[in-house]
Design a binder for this molecule. Sequence first.
Ligand code: SD4
Length: 340
Amino acid sequence: MPTRRKFLTSSASLGLLAAGRPLEAASLPPSAPLGKALVISTWDTGLAANLGAWKILSKGGHALDAAEAGVMVTEASQNCCVGLGGNPDREGIVTLDACIMDDQFNCGSVAALERIKHPISVARRVMERTPHVMLVGEGAQQFAVAQGFPLEPQKLSPDAEKAYREWLKTSAYQPIINVENTRGSKPTGPVGGANNHDTIALLAQDGQGRLSGSCTTSGMGFKMRGRLGDSPLIGSGLFVDNAVGAAAATGQGEDVIRMAGAHTVVEFMRQGLSPKAACEAAIKRLAQIKGSKAHDIQVCFIAVNKQGQHGAYALQKGFSYAVCDDKNQQQLLQSDYLLT
Ligand code: SD4
């Protein structure tokens, strides 16, 4: 079993300083202590998302605002699989799933949402301005428009268009594990393959110890029309219990759903396991459920606990996750994994 490996350690080595945006922890006034502030998110795209969240946390902001702002960076980035730049379903239409949860069991979600740039913000509006938790499809879009979110053109990004045309040649639905890593095995390597689906799940703890989380995705590329994964489902893709901890998932959504993944991780933490041990216990449970089919899929969990510890675990090799903490550091870490 490999030990967790630190890929990159300093903010400077990640080019954060070059972007003119050093982390702000050192300049915080004593009246706004960072305390246990922490952000952890999935895949290498989490690096940029963490910085978006950290901007809020470093000013003493609420974990919920950080969780939303962080993943908005990814949604706006026109990458291949979060937000409107994502790969479409089999009909050639991009459909987006997102959910958000705060430290008080408030939660909101949208699924199969079309033509809206920031599904995470619509999910937050569902949470804050409706009596419901989840809106889907046309109703979610109507709500978004009524809330003032612009309806974007129904158009694939050039990359998604290309990937879709390529996919149409075979129409074979074979999700590839770990395609989420945009950098492959090398931190500075090339962008990943056409089937990337960089779901971003992000967990934040603010200076006052409040936990919140977010998750947003275009889901599995070339999925059946109407297919939902775990990412918009509270308890599967994301769960937060402020008394215990928070967890989130990425990977094969169907298998995260069948074991109520994020909730399971939080319950393991409630029993006293560390975040990493809780993720590992959940992955082992999934492996048992899947038997020999476990080798065909990837599922990964990230978690934080109330004490500000964090961890991750994956079914297969290749899952990376990003952590930003109050030591003014941003790290990209390689997760331990079960199957060899
Ligand atoms: C889904 N869990 O729709 C998502 C996919 C994912 O990184 O996590 N991709 O099943």
